[in-house]
Design a protein around this ligand. Structure first.
Ligand SMILES: *Cc1c(COP(=O)(O)O)cnc(C)c1O
Length: 388
């Protein structure tokens, strides 16, 4: 039985009746841009996340860009962000004209190392972007203290972590703004692109609403330059159906991850992140203390030169979907080669992770027999090779 990395149909097809009803509701309303469905979705998201305000956007990328624009970040400014994340985190900083300054990450959590950020602080640093990577919160207490000390804005990149918590607080409520994505592979996966910005600041929410609509206020008057970052009413209506099930989806991811952790940790050569790494061949991801991990990805580290690619080839040959998130650290991307030297300093942990990481299927609808296959294929790969 093939085990895909993600199966959107397994999640969406059972909702066909409700999704069809939502489509028909929008069709009959004739209201496709902004309006009731958008406002209802935003209200439901704000309640779910625990933020005072939520402003929907055309994608997670545009959510980040709008957040930077709302803060007035631009040429001459520097913004700290991890070197080990999806490109959009840094791409949006660069698009404002500001300079992304890449920080290293922790090999245990894959999230931003505050010490590395502190070492890259300059008089131009305006903001810091913790990314809650793979479904787990960054070390927000340390980041918040560091940001407060140096008067930095915090923009959380929550694209992979809707519903995740840090010491019982929802990701997206811990900084000044939280940016979410509804790309189909995210934990609340839509039917196309969509995004959201959360904030507790009413004025900031109003600014974000203007920015997503050309900076227009009142109609045809533009005091600031915005863009078209609007999310479709149809997308909002469809996602309202799925938001009601997000708790169940998350529980499925958490159960799949604990099953993997329990069974894989018993195999020879396998250790948990933070454990004794000597002689380890595989390092399993761990939810940190007081982290509500939502497992957007279940990401292993495969130790030893060439070993990650060998395991990836083996799993692929077994019909098991797996992927490398991410194969290139951002400070090594060609488009950032021209940045000042301090922005693209060495990030040794990020650099080694790009050669070690491998993400396994962990989506909520994954079945027990499918997990058995994944565990068996990894056990087979770890077993001592027979000669001949
Ligand atoms: C997916 C993602 C984004 C961008 O979201 P889109 O909706 O695809 O534009 C930004 N940051 C991170 C960490 C992501 O994983």
């Amino acid at each position: 039985m093939p085990v895909p990395l993600l199966d959107v149909n397994a999640q969406n097809h059972p909702l066909e009746t409700d999704l069809t009803a939502a489509f028909i509701r929008v069709l009959h309303s004739g209201r496709f841009i902004l309006g009731e469905e958008v406002e209802a979705f935003e209200g439901e998201c704000a309640a779910f996340i625990g933020a005072a305000h939520a402003v929907s956007m055309s994608s997670g990328t545009d959510a980040l860009l709008a957040a930077f624009m709302a803060l007035g970040i631009g040429p001459g400014d520097e913004v700290l962000c991890p070197a080990f994340t999806f490109f959009a985190t840094a791409g949006c900083i660069a698009r404002t004209g500001a300079t992304p300054v890449f920080c290293d990450v922790s090999p245990e959590s894959f999230n931003m190392d505050v010490g590395s950020a502190a070492a890259r602080l300059t008089a131009r640093t305006k903001a810091i972007v913790p990314v809650h990577l793979f479904g787990q919160a960054a070390e927000m207490d340390e980041i918040t203290a560091f940001a407060a000390q140096h008067n930095l804005q915090i923009i959380e990149d929550v694209a992979q972590s809707i519903g995740a918590t840090y010491r019982s607080s929802g990701c997206g409520t811990l900084g000044g703004m939280g940016c979410f994505s509804f790309f189909p592979s995210k934990n609340l996966g839509g039917f196309g692109d969509g995004g959201l910005v959360t904030t507790d600041d009413a004025e900031m929410a109003e600014m974000l609403r203007r920015i997503r609509n050309h900076g227009m206020h009142p109609r045809y008057f533009h005091a600031t330059v915005g863009a078209n970052f609007r999310m479709d009413a149809l997308q909002c209506a469809l996602l309202r159906v799925k938001l009601r099930h997000l708790g169940t989806y998350t529980a499925g991811r958490v159960a799949n991850a604990s099953d993997y952790l329990e069974r894989l940790s018993k195999l020879p050569g396998v250790v948990l992140a933070g454990g004794d790494g000597r002689a380890a061949r595989l390092v399993l991801p761990q939810a940190g203390a007081q982290m509500g991990h939502v497992w957007n990805q279940f990401t292993l580290r495969v130790i030893g030169s060439g070993q990650r690619d060998a395991l990836k080839n083996h799993l692929t040959a077994c019909g098991i979907g797996c992927e490398i998130y991410y194969p290139v650290a951002l400070h090594h991307q060609e488009c950032f080669r021209h940045l000042p030297a301090h922005a693209i300093q060495a990030c040794p942990v990020s650099e080694s992770l790009t050669g070690e990481v491998l993400s396994l299927p962990v989506y909520p609808e994954l079945t027990a027999p499918q997990r058995d296959e994944v565990v068996a294929a990894i056990a087979e790969w770890l077993a001592p090779r027979r000669l001949g």
